[in-house]
Design a protein around this ligand. Structure first.
Ligand code: NDP
Ligand code: MG
Length: 388
């Protein structure tokens, strides 16, 4: 039996992780659950799965959750609670959204446990630090992001044999605005941006998919996970989301991973590796599936992709700045205070203020995040003054 802590259990990845566990209950048990605002849902989950530990983000919720939990189930709060949960189980699924997921990534690897990583932001912002803690005895990092799970599978016996890999090819659905021109993107609404054609995900990553920032973050994620140089990481748009990514080898072979777009497959893979689930999430009927097409991304319209490549190549604290600036811009957009087309402007202007800075401690990561957020907020304020 594999025990699993699911941090961010009320979100899209968290809920799908619980579906995987429901499908194979003889194989997995739940050790810890966490949420930030969805407290009723968290209590209901705790009653069903009876974990040892439940973590809330805010002190104000502790007492209420404590009163409603079944016996044997403890409540903890904030970062300390997340850190305790990360050391508890055989596998920790980091399903928190954004920079708030950083303590889980660090603590799980430091505890020498398996990290099933959906929270790409923590790896992107802190990759030099993550690289170090990944070497802890017993620690392992299994990507949940579908593209990286695909690459992990395609690498197969070539894991660690960098000289055999010609390039990684990340696929992108293209998001809801694929094929549009600049004029038709003026004034697109929040609802338009949240209308993803192939995946059903939380709001932040759905907006990131609409700007192609998600793919940019994934390029940095691929570099951090597999050590592949940026010149050997390419992006192709594949609107059907059936091919989840590919590895091209030096002998001309390209290996791809195919399945229907269903996150339960990569989640289950990360939980059960090196075995596989017995439940075929995302199983494919090739005879009834549509044609598979591939096209280049529109880099001039979806500028976030190249902003991410640039930050990745700069290294140091630049990816942390990029990710924090993007979080600020997406929050402002989702709050109705920024136009969709201004998201890339905020990221670009914030990155103009970045001064090369190394990043080798967790404290430096928090500092870089704070500096970038403050720069991004002043960029947004400047834009608002110009708009008024
Ligand atoms: P959701 O917004 O659906 O869920 C986020 C989860 O994190 C919720 O449980 C939420 O709790 C919790 N949370 C939010 N803020 C905080 C905080 N400050 N402290 C602690 N917990 C917090 O996001 P997704 O599930 O879509 O995405 C999660 C991560 O997985 C992201 O990094 C995303 O990029 C990545 N990912 C997601 C995919 C998907 O298909 N959804 C695919 C690939 C990667 P509450 O509900 O209480 O607010
Ligand atoms: Mg992805």
């Amino acid at each position: 039996m594999t025990s699993v802590s699911i941090l961010g259990s009320t979100g899209s990845i968290g809920l799908q992780t619980l579906e995987v566990i429901d499908a194979e209950p003889e194989r997995f048990s739940v050790a810890a659950l966490s949420a930030a605002t969805s407290i009723d849902q968290l209590i209901a989950q705790a009653k069903k799965y009876r974990p040892q530990l439940v973590i809330v983000a805010h002190e104000r919720d502790v007492q209420r959750v404590q009163q409603e939990l079944p016996s044997g189930c403890e409540v903890a709060c904030g970062i300390d609670g997340l850190v305790a949960a990360s050391a508890l189980a055989d596998v920790t699924v980091n399903a928190i959204v954004g920079f708030a997921g950083l303590p889980v990534t660090i603590a799980t690897l430091k505890a020498g446990k398996r990290l099933a990583l959906a929270n790409k932001e923590s790896l992107i912002t802190a990759s030099p630090v993550v690289e170090r803690v990944r070497r802890t005895a017993g620690a392992s990092l299994l990507p949940v992001d579908s593209e990286h799970c695909a690459i992990f599978q395609c690498l197969g016996a070539s894991h660690g044999k960098d000289a055999q890999v010609a390039r990684l090819i990340l696929t992108a659905s293209g998001g809801p605005f694929r094929g549009r021109d600049a004029a038709s993107l003026e004034g697109v609404t929040i609802a338009d941006a949240l209308q993803h054609p192939t995946w059903s995900m939380g709001p932040k990553i759905t907006v990131d998919s609409s700007t192609l920032m998600n793919k940019g973050l994934e390029v940095i994620e691929a570099h951090a996970l597999f050590g592949t140089p940026y010149d050997q990481i390419d992006v192709v748009v594949h609107p059907q989301s059936i091919v989840h990514s590919m590895v091209e080898f030096t002998d001309g072979t390209t290996i791809a991973q195919l399945s229907l777009p269903d996150m339960r497959l990569p989640i289950g893979y990360a939980l059960s590796y090196p075995d596989r689930l017995q439940t075929p999430f995302g199983g494919l009927d090739l005879l009834s599936s549509s044609t598979l097409t591939f096209e280049p991304p529109d880099r001039s319209l979806f500028r976030c992709l190249d902003l991410a490549y640039a930050a990745g190549r700069l290294g140091g604290a630049a990816p942390a700045w990029l990710s924090a600036a993007n979080e600020v811009a997406v929050e402002e957009f989702l709050a109705g205070r920024l136009e969709w087309a201004q998201i890339s402007d905020v990221v670009s202007s914030t990155m103009d203020r970045y001064v090369a800075d190394p990043l080798d401690t967790v404290e430096a990561v928090y500092e870089a995040d704070a500096h970038s957020r403050s720069a991004a907020r002043s960029v947004v304020a400047g834009m608002r003054r110009t708009n008024d």
